[in-house]
Design a protein around this ligand. Sequence first.
Ligand code: ATP
Ligand code: MG
Ligand code: MG
Length: 291
Amino acid sequence: AVQWSPFVQTFRRQRYPWVQLAGHQGNFKLGGERGTILKKLCPKEESCFQLLMKDPLRPFIPSYKGNVTSDDGEKFLVLEDLLGDFRNPSVMDCKLGVRTYLEDELAKAKLKPKLRKDMFEKMLQVDPSAPTAEELQMGGVTKPRYMVWRETISSTATLGFRIEGIRKQDGSSSKDYKTVGSSQQIVSVLHDFVQHHPHALAKYIERLNQLQATLARSEFFATHELIGTSLLFVHDHSKANIWMIDFAKTHRLPGGVQIDHNSPWRVGNHEDGYLIGLCNLTQLLDQLLVN
Ligand code: ATP
Ligand code: MG
Ligand code: MG
């Protein structure tokens, strides 16, 4: 049976609840095979999974087991269910990178920079001081302006990652972190996430350090721009682990373009800030360990 909650989709199974902390409801289904889930197929994402299964990063990726077509003709990726080995897991989705839109998406938005009243209103709602005098007067903002601004209300633009959603061991979950922007706010959310499981913190830090070392020798990482990908943190009373998920906006770099994932992004340079986020996230967790 499928249970719906206002924020988070959960599937109740025999041994453990499954939770989806981001994305559209309906993008995921339980796999037919035990220990797998189905994610609506996007061909770009599928080709990433195929490459990643042969890359040094493989231990950090949910196993990709091919695809299936449902009765109504919809295609799904078959992926390892990362929650499968946990009992009543706590789960956190952190989206990495200094921006979560593609260069293409920004360029497209710039082609017809119409004034958008809806985006202006969303902006006002979050921060009445965000619109410029001119925007206030016009009662609208352009989409590219809105896209760039939106990354500044969370920690995405400043720290290179943001918290997307959390499910805690008590069963409560939230996706309401859009304006958690300062290091201090994040440290307090992270503290809350691990507080009853001190063993998890050290394991998480160790795993992030391994990830960083592995990224340095990954052919996939050297040749791709990672936009909108997440690190999925999962722990329970005895275990803790982290995986890389969500490659729907991960694209091979255009010919001749190289990035170091660590330099500031400027329009057109394709830098994603992945390592900026990874480093800041690790540092904030380190802070918790010390305190
Ligand atoms: P968005 O682009 O909005 O982030 P999406 O539709 O691309 O969403 P994902 O980000 O891949 O979807 O996944 C959404 C959520 O589903 C994750 O936050 C996580 O909670 C859950 N999830 C995704 N993949 C797995 C997996 N392999 N095992 C367990 N849970 C997963
Ligand atoms: Mg995602
Ligand atoms: Mg996605």
